[in-house]
Design a binder for this molecule. Structure first.
Ligand SMILES: Cc1cc2nc3c(=O)[nH]c(=O)nc-3n(C[C@H](O)[C@H](O)[C@H](O)COP(=O)(O)O)c2cc1C
Length: 182
């Protein structure tokens, strides 16, 4: 079986982000035959059609195009998704035929307030419709960013949640391989 590459992205840019911590946990809990890169979207300018495509966009397009699946960590800002992640998807969506995204499997997860980023993730699912991303339905993963499950550096230190991350990564690998057969 061919090895798979996942690419992770999150809308929180801060150093000690728990959503970045979730992505690091994903990268450390992959099933055999899967590798994962975490895309740095901090250097992307806000989408502006007047700009010549910036180098950071070229790099992101290449990285996402080469990926077999996406891992989207979705912080929740004001009951919706964080703008940095939407902006990255907006840039990617300007490629002809949505090429980096269309048909690509994805999974969602997040760390946030009381609802664990549920509202942000459901807005993301709506956006996946137009982008023709293929989000995994289950398992879902919601976590409380303000609990002792995370340390001061944003690392996930709760073993129960980390096991859920492992299950999610296995499910994404299975979903990706299933779609490749179709
Ligand atoms: C502008 C802003 C709006 C926010 N709105 C929400 C919200 O609507 N719901 C929620 O659960 N958390 C909200 N939060 C809290 C974030 O979910 C919280 O900062 C979370 O830790 C972000 O993840 P991070 O640790 O990866 O930065 C908001 C934070 C910011 C900065």
């Amino acid at each position: 079986m061919k090895d798979l590459t996942f690419v992770g992205m999150t809308g929180s840019l801060r150093r000690a982000s728990r959503n970045k911590g979730l992505l690091r946990c994903c990268a450390s809990r992959l099933p055999e035959g899967v590798r994962m890169e975490i895309a740095d979207i901090a250097a992307l300018p806000f989408y502006n059609e007047d700009l010549e495509k910036p180098r950071a966009v070229h790099e992101l397009v290449a990285q996402v195009t080469a990926a077999d699946a996406l891992v989207l960590a979705c912080p929740e800002y004001n009951y919706s998704m964080a703008p940095a992640l939407k902006n990255a998807l907006d840039w990617l969506s300007r490629e002809p035929d949505l090429a980096p995204l269309s048909g690509k499997p994805a999974c969602l997860l997040g760390a946030g307030g009381g609802m664990g980023t549920a509202r942000s993730q459901y807005h993301m699912r709506q956006i996946c419709v137009y982008l023709n991303l293929r989000p995994l339905n289950r398992p879902e993963f919601f976590s409380n960013a303000f609990s002792p499950s995370f340390n001061a550096d944003g690392d996930l230190i709760d073993e129960g949640l980390a096991r859920q991350v492992s299950t999610l990564m296995r499910a994404l690998a299975d979903w990706t391989r299933l779609l490749k057969q179709a």
